[in-house]
Design a protein around this ligand. Sequence first.
Ligand code: ADP
Ligand code: MG
Length: 271
Amino acid sequence: MRPKPRSISITSGKGGTGKTTLAANLGVALSAMGKKVTILDADLTMANLALVMGIDQIKASLLDVIKGRAKLSEALRESHGVRLLPAGFRFEDAHEALVGVDRKKVRQVIQDLLSSSDFILIDAPAGLQETTILSMAAAKEMLLVCNPTYTSIVDGYKVLRFAGLMGCWARGVVVNRVERKSEVPPEEIEEFLSRAYEGIHVLTEIPEDRKVQEAELHGMPFVVYDPDCKASEAIYKLAEIIVGKADPPQLQQSSLTETSERLIRVLTGKL
Ligand code: ADP
Ligand code: MG
């Protein structure tokens, strides 16, 4: 029997943490493992998933489908083995998206896509704006992307609290752009974020890797551009964890540093 299709929203507190990069590359990695993957660009105002996937012209967008101007089949594109439902690039599209999208329609699109996918990855906008909430509500699982900095994990904390309230299963955290001298180590990130969402784990650390931006300039996912680079290795490991072929890393137990303790007090209002 075919396993149940899974919908995963890729979310973060602030923009620029690496959501689009992760959605594209994880999608291609899952597809290389034989899974049928659809990636949906739900970042309606700051769409760029299609560019990262090497598509620079789109015929119809998610917004066109939501608004009934195009059929789903007209908007879907194929790139590097995955199906892609792009959002519009034009300023007018972004403006229209802000004016309001119909929640029911978005759910319907996802429902339609689920029947022909093993995985739907949703590239969500940052923060807790309307379309982020929508993406979280429409997906069963959520991956939180954060950078190893205190500001990034504070934002992630709020997103996780929110996921919990909405009944969305936070599958885990991806720490992106990790360097040797990173501000916060992964075990502290795990401990910090578990105060927002019990039992949350760091699934992968993706290193800072210049190949990521090089690939972007070539309009290619980095797992295709350089399958052996450090960032690609991390993505393939994550794909194995997502499909249940590997376990997440066991991080050492950590106690919070003074900085983390102070931030938790600020976040919880318990001074
Ligand atoms: P978001 O979708 O969360 O706004 P993006 O995926 O667009 O973030 O990433 C923001 C920028 O950071 C891009 O220019 C991307 O190439 C770069 N980037 C993301 N991850 C890495 C990494 N691991 N190493 C180096 N650069 C990265
Ligand atoms: Mg993005």
